[in-house]
Design a protein around this ligand. Sequence first.
Ligand SMILES: [Zn+2]
Length: 352
Amino acid sequence: MDFHFPKAELHCHLDGCFRLTTIIEIAKERNIQLPTYDPVQLAKFCALERCDNLIHFLSGFAIFEPVISGDIKAIKRITYEAIEDKAANGIAYLELRVSPHFLANCDVEPMLYAKTKGNVRPRDVIEAVCSTTSEASVKFGIEVRIILCTISLLPEWSMEVAKMCKEYSSMGVVGIDIAGEGTEPGNLVQQRHIDAYQFCRDHNIHRTAHAGENGSAEEVEQAMQILNAQRIGHGYHVVDSESVYNEAKARDVHFEVCPRSSYLTASVDPDLTKHPAIRFLKDKVNFSLSTDDPAIQQTTIYDDYNIAQKYFGFSIEDIKLLNILALKSAFVEESVKNELIRKFETEYAKIT
Ligand SMILES: [Zn+2]
């Protein structure tokens, strides 16, 4: 069975979702140094093997991100191709997340990835991503919504991100996320993050947060209780605390599980038959499967489903169920959500 059915993916980073051939073309056009201009060789700079930790995994971004940062044409092309590639993998509903600050080279401090200052502000990044998304989603027949990321160790960006979530809600921005490499529980609950999440809550903007990936169960608890996150990015370490685990179940918090990513970032036991997702399914925890950073990992959703089948022991019916759970916890408008659920269930009923 090749998973030929409509899929929903909630956790995918736009800047971790590119074609290496495109990166090479853009780097040549923009005169940006890459370690090699051969796609096969360049793939070796991706996270193909298990890393020491999340920070090691994220170091791959330092090679690829400067190629697209500060260039609207490049940002549009990456967005367009990401949606085309997702549609080709049978993704019918996608939430793409992006840090507008990482891809900007103006009005951004610190400027982490862009090589030179220019005139691309964080809001220009969002407008480029949103306008390309509406064009590509129609062309490829896929519903796409955008989540804006703030960064755990850069709380000075958070309120601006929250306000832009509100400002661009009519252009397909549906939620806020907090991402990055901070793995201490205190990173998530810095006051400026709390204020930004409160702003989102007050304005009916959906909230997810990376927590309990490399970090602890306490981080998941803080994301739920203090940030009022409706979904948790990863959250594997929630199983380390029975009380936090039970609270997550009681709140019906949705976990965005990324099987291959969780292995590569060394966030879970290398023996994938011990993965927390196995307990999630058994205990009817609300969760779904996503890729995370398919280009950095050189994978597609099929790799994640294969892991779920081979190591987690999930059946095709289980994977279909997780797709329905993804839709139920999606940040999309209710009318579109209900239509998608109906469509998925009809298609699933045809393949038994
Ligand atoms: Zn992520």
